[in-house]
Structures are given as structure tokens and as C-alpha cells.
Design a protein around this ligand. Sequence first.
Ligand code: NAP
Length: 293
Amino acid sequence: MANLIDGKAIAQEVQDEVKTAVAKMQAEHGYTPGLATVLVGEDPASATYVRSKQRTCEKLGIRSVGHTLPADATQEEVEGLVAQLNADPTINGILVQLPLPKHLDEEAVLNAIDLGKDVDGFHPVNIGRLAMKGRNPLFIPCTPYGCMVLLEKTGVQTKGAEAVIVGRSNIVGLPMAMLLQKADATVTICHSRTKDLKAHLQRADIVVAAIGWANMITGDMLKPGCTVIDVGINRVDDAAAKNGYRLVGDVDFVSAEEVAVSITTVPGVVGPMTIAMLMKNTLHAAELALAKK
Ligand code: NAP
């Protein structure tokens, strides 16, 4: 049976480090990091994610300022708010909760965020630097950053390892592949057009699943002794559950835990790590701002 990667404890460790550093910054410089969240519309899942990020800010001593715009907000209104936050010296990080309503140009909104406040790490300049050899982004996208910390803290050797990432989105799969490549893994990216996913997975020492398809990867597809990081969050009907559904990952946990050496559960591992890394990025943004003073 696989060892369960204790994401809650690792996320707590990251949060404790951030909390200590925030307190030190306040004591030594009288400066409090500030994170602005921008939520457009009333999608309940997005609202829950934003609330959880704000609550974590409060716990760590980071000032959190929430902005909510109506679902029919115009491109000018959203970009206007981003411009206002870019100019606000009390705000170090700007988090625009994705996805935005369909009528908005998400790329233009993300491009409008000041590079030094891009705590989600989605600005093309930050992603470009992540991709290039010898360059470093100001901020690393939070979910893949958290997955790298999970691998590191679990003692998984990335150097020379075969890593297979399933999914190539800009926010998870692609930056994850770049990070593992930087960590000297040999990386394969699989996606919906990949011909024989199982053949790729059976070579993989490290598997990162970011698909959005419940239980798609089963134990028989994995190489014995691999490490599995499951980023997926999917709702499946469950009459016994309070809400009528429960959350599962992209990996079929029951069959995979018999084959893998280490595995993450869903929910409760990658989610908390994502928030912890957002806090770390916000602290880093405040450090950059202080250094400029
Ligand atoms: P996304 O943008 O929809 O990307 C999904 C990726 O999966 C795409 O690259 C797609 O390939 C690939 N894919 C779809 N069907 C496939 C198949 N049959 N075989 C192989 N690959 C396939 O999703 P995302 O934003 O990356 O999110 C992925 C999952 O992670 C979702 O469940 C999401 O909720 C979760 N997530 C969790 C966190 C967290 O904090 N825990 C954060 C972000 C996302 P194509 O490119 O060819 O379409």
C-alpha cells in the first residue's frame, strides 16, 4: 500500500514559515503584506475558493482586500480595477479568480496585472521566464509550485526521473512540466490527443494528473513504485453524501494506492498546498516591494 503524502501537514509547515516571516517584516519594517482578490460574478465554487484564500491571509497576518464585480462587468471595469490595484502601494499581490465570465478577455486581464504583483504567476513574462533555461520567474504558479514542494518534502528524487504530466493547461500542466524539467526530470506531457496514455504512464516514476476527469487513471496503468500527485477535483454523485456528491481526483485512488509508493488523496492535499503557495508568493511580492523602497 502506498504511503499517503501528508499535504495538510506540509501546507501547514509552509503557512507557519510565512506567518513567522510576516511577523518579522511587521516588527522590523512596520510593513504588512497585502493581497487583493478580484471575483467577477457569483460562481459558488469560485466564491468558496476566494473566501478560503482570504481566511488564510487573516490567519497569517496578511491584509486581504476583496473586490467583487457583477457577472456582467465590462472588460473596461475589470481592467480598470486591476489598474487601480496596480497603482495601490498597499497591495502587493493581485489574484483574479479564474475562470472569468465568458464575455471577458481573460488573457487581456492577466496581462494587465503588474509583473511584481502577479502572485498567481500567470503573466506571460513570468511563464516565459519559467520556461527558459537560466531564467527565473518572479512568481511560480501556485498549484504546480505546491506539487513541487510535495515532491521535495516527500523525498522524491526528480533528477533523472521519468515524469509524466497528464494535462497541458496554462495554469497546471504546462508550468508543472517546466518545473519538473528544471528539476532535471525527463518530462513527457500527455493530453487529450495522446495515443497510448498507458504506455507513457508505465514508464513514469512521477505522475502528475491534471485532467478534470474523475478516476480516469487506474492502478493498472501505473508503473509499480511510482509517485502520484493528483491535482484533479471532480464531483461524483453520492446519494450517501450530505450534498449528494463527493469530490474525487483524476486517479482512481483505490487501485492506484496498491501500485504506487506514494500518493496524494483528493481532496485535502493539492488544494491546501495551492493556497499555502499563494501566501508564500504574496510574502515574496511584499519583500520585492520593500526592497524597492
Ligand atoms: P483544463 O484546462 O481543462 O485542462 C485539462 C487537460 O487535460 C487538457 O490539457 C486536456 O487535453 C487534458 N485531457 C483531457 N482529456 C484527456 C484525456 N482523455 N487524456 C489525457 N489528457 C486529457 O484543466 P486544469 O485547469 O488544468 O485543471 C485540471 C484539474 O485540476 C481539474 O479537475 C481542476 O479542477 C483541478 N485543479 C485543481 C487545483 C487545486 O488547487 N487542487 C488547481 C487547479 C486545477 P487538451 O489540452 O488536449 O484539451
